[in-house]
Design a protein around this ligand. Structure first.
Ligand code: ADP
Ligand code: MG
Length: 331
């Protein structure tokens, strides 16, 4: 991709971490000074302004219902870099949509099983899991569990056995299509249909991720607002094109979500600007802030939405979910 070099050159590391005027370059209500005149706070201090802003955002979310898709939207959450927010995005979007009334299925396709942990889903070595589905052809209905986060939310767990699956898959028939076959059968047998499926990928472009691309209708790429954020993006986009050409013509690269945004750094603002310039159709307006609450939540086996539903991180994931729901399926 020709843009990648340009993006990297222009996003040079920031040495000075001086506080800039927050929110002037990027639109994000969580960090910007936008406040309703009627907010019930004295808005003369930054903390009061932030509280007023959170209250206003909560109100906007509470006032609006989300449309439900007419058929299941199957998202693959992919980025071959680790630690960019794939799992955090998967579980929080899933819970946000489930709490808004959608029926949601999360497929944990990372041997680390982080999505299963965050959703409080049992996934010790003996648990029936996505490994049994794609290697052993066990139906999804036999391994799926309901998350305590929401009765609308189910999860296919990953266990440590999945770590060997990349190698075992190589010699299996239809090795790239195994998840798709199982998922289509599961979706078809539902009395109450799913509205969303989120597949959380491992940080690689191996056979597990290919299975996810083949099973999905949309790709969501989380991008961390850091230097090197776009490194490797062209390789990922090339892979998506190859999958579209040879294995899954329905696949659309529909969504980019910028994560771990720290509005105090010029670098984060530059990354946001560049990504929006190059991917205007895919980049969501919502930015996910870097937040201690988001990073704490998994250690309680929770999403940030359950751990601290009023936090800025939680609201941002609700806003991202609302944007995805309103945008609908891309043409
Ligand atoms: P990936 O699945 O891409 O490897 P994770 O979602 O596991 O990435 O996130 C990597 C780490 O960063 C985790 O410890 C997670 O809790 C933390 N994290 C994710 N998003 C945020 C955020 N917005 N603010 C702070 N920490 C975050
Ligand atoms: Mg992960």
């Amino acid at each position: 991709m020709a843009t990648e070099g340009a993006i990297r050159r222009r996003c040079a590391p920031v040495t000075s971490r001086g506080r800039s005027t927050i929110g002037t370059q990027v639109r994000h209500p969580g960090v910007g000074p936008t406040v309703s005149r009627n907010a019930p706070y004295d808005e003369t201090t930054p903390l009061a302004r932030e509280l007023a802003d959170l209250a206003r955002r909560r109100q906007v979310l509470a006032d609006s219902a989300l449309p439900l898709p007419t058929s299941a939207r199957v998202f693959t959450i992919a980025n071959q870099k680790g630690g960019v927010g794939k799992t955090t995005t998967t579980v929080n979007l899933a819970v946000a949509l489930a709490k808004s009334g959608a029926r949601v299925l999360v497929v944990d396709l990372d041997p680390q099983g982080n999505a299963s942990t965050a959703l409080s889903i049992e996934h010790h070595a003996e648990t029936s899991s996505v490994y049994d589905v794609i290697v052993g052809e066990t139906p999804i209905s036999e391994v799926v569990q309901t998350s305590p986060e929401s009765e609308n939310l189910s999860c296919v767990p990953a266990t440590i056995h999945l770590a060997g699956a990349e190698i075992e898959l190589v010699s299996l028939v239809a090795r790239e299509q195994r998840l798709r076959t199982a998922l289509q059968a599961h979706l078809a047998e539902q009395d109450e249909p799913y509205h969303y499926v989120f597949i959380d990928c491992p940080p690689s472009l191996g056979l597990l991720t290919i299975n996810a691309f083949v099973a999905a209708s949309e790709v969501l790429i989380p991008i961390q607002c850091e230097y090197y954020a776009l490194e490797g993006l062209s390789q990922l986009l090339n892979n998506i094109e190859l999958i579209q050409r040879h294995l899954n013509p329905r696949l659309r690269f529909s969504t980019i979500l910028l994560t771990m945004y720290d509005g105090r750094t010029n670098l984060a603002q530059q990354v946001v600007q560049e990504v929006r310039e190059h991917f205007p159709d895919q980049a969501l307006d919502t930015l996910i802030p870097r937040s201690v609450r988001i990073s704490e939540a998994p250690s309680y086996g929770q999403t940030v939405i359950t751990y601290d539903s009023h936090s800025a991180g939680s609201l941002s994931y609700f806003e991202a979910a609302a944007e995805i729901a309103r945008r609908g399926t891309p043409a």
